[in-house]
Design a protein around this ligand. Structure first.
Ligand SMILES: [Zn+2]
Length: 384
């Protein structure tokens, strides 16, 4: 067996992914949509379909579907498939293991974890998006203290099978320089929550995006996660344009990283590009920091081998995690795994050729990134 065949034989545990949206038949703008997080409709309809990664996905799908590699043909062929058969075929062709879904993202539009699990024929584990969970409690929780207690109870009381980790989108909303809230900041956070709640009650569009409030929620989530050693994922670096990219630099997370009582919590830095080297550096300082390249890998396509090689310059092998950040369309997860396989093979083959590692170490590195590290840090049983 060649190295890439051996890599493909390892089930890919996708530790950061979202269920695709419902509705099997897609048009071209929808098919292209996961390749940008722009909020501008003119971008969705525009030229980003010429990105090389998207073209590569079309080419690979054409091979799988045994049709000509053009966008319209591939789209028509996949639309004509039976939905369940199509999801299964994609999952089988990449040897997909379990999926770990951040399921409070695009909640109404997407399959539930259970529905998606049935489509895939595989387990789907759940991670709680903490800021959105608190937003959802506004009717039953009159005060911030009530909402934080609700969050703590949800994390503390959830059986392992029901909750395998937490997710924070602080990076999107306020930035990653999260601090322990002081007494006066907690008072400000309580007022901010009251304003948010009033907006909801009055029917105005509202979300939690005030720094003191987000910091308080994240800190509370860590206090609840620490006794269970429950992993907390952070959106890091590339994504949408909600805030400036430089506030998504993981080196801003000093307060969380240096806080000794939180050292039991695996802190998972998602996506990371273009801060993947910074993330690797942090992983050398803190044993509970894990570096992921989800979303990055499918988006940068042919650049993924270079970025993976750069990530491995400092990141300890035990602290590298592979995910896709699949969302919207099932093909994005499929393509993400495909590119991971390609990049791992390319990088590891070069390292073998250069005499840095041997073939068995190469397989160990692929296995650690794609499966073993994920199974070690998330509270998921190996079978059943
Ligand atoms: Zn993500």
């Amino acid at each position: 067996m060649t190295l890439i065949d051996e890599i493909r034989a390892i089930p890919f545990e996708d530790h950061h992914v979202h269920a695709p949206e419902k509705g099997h038949e897609l048009d071209i703008p929808h098919f292209r949509r996961p390749f940008t997080e722009s909020a501008l409709p003119e971008v969705w309809a525009g030229p980003y379909g010429s990105q090389l990664a998207y073209r590569w996905m079309i080419r690979e799908l054409a091979k799988l579907l045994d049709v000509e590699p053009d966008e319209a043909t591939v789209l028509a062929t996949r639309n004509a498939y039976n939905e369940t058969a199509y999801h299964r075929m994609l999952a089988e062709s990449i040897n997909l293991g379990d999926s770990y879904a951040d399921y409070l993202f695009a909640l109404d539009a997407s399959f539930s974890p259970l529905e998606w699990s049935e489509l895939l024929g595989r387990r789907v584990h759940k991670l709680l998006r903490v800021e959105v969970f608190v937003e959802q409690q506004w009717e039953s929780c009159p005060t911030l203290d009530d909402a934080l207690q609700q969050l703590t109870d949800e994390i503390t009381n959830a059986p392992p099978a029901e909750l395998v980790g937490l997710k924070s989108i602080a990076g999107y909303r306020v930035g990653l320089d999260i601090e322990a809230p002081s007494a006066s900041q907690r008072r400000k956070a309580a007022l901010s929550y009251a304003r948010f709640r009033q907006d909801k009650a009055d029917g105005r569009p509202a979300r939690i995006d005030d720094k003191v409030l987000v910091d308080t929620i994240v800190w509370t989530a860590f206090e609840a996660a620490a006794p269970k050693a429950l992993p907390v994922q952070f959106h890091v670096a590339l994504g949408d344009d909600d805030i400036v990219l430089t506030k998504n630099d993981p080196s801003l997370m000093r307060a969380l990283l240096k806080h000794e009582p939180f050292r039991s919590v695996p802190i998972v830095l998602l996506h990371c590009y273009p801060y993947h080297r910074t993330a690797g550096y942090l992983a050398t300082l803190y044993p509970n920091v894990y570096v992921d390249l989800g979303l990055t890998i499918p988006n940068i396509g042919h650049g993924s081998a270079r970025v993976l090689a750069e990530t491995l310059e400092l990141t300890p092998v035990e602290q590298l995690l592979a995910s896709t950040d699949g969302h919207m369309i099932p093909e994005f997860q499929w393509f993400g795994v495909h590119v991971w396989h390609w990049a791992l093979d390319k990088v590891l083959t070069e390292l073998i050729d250069d005499g840095v590692i041997d073939a068995s170490e190469a397989l160990g590195i692929a296995s650690a990134a794609m499966r073993d590290n994920t199974r070690r840090i998330y509270p998921v049983s190996a079978n059943g």
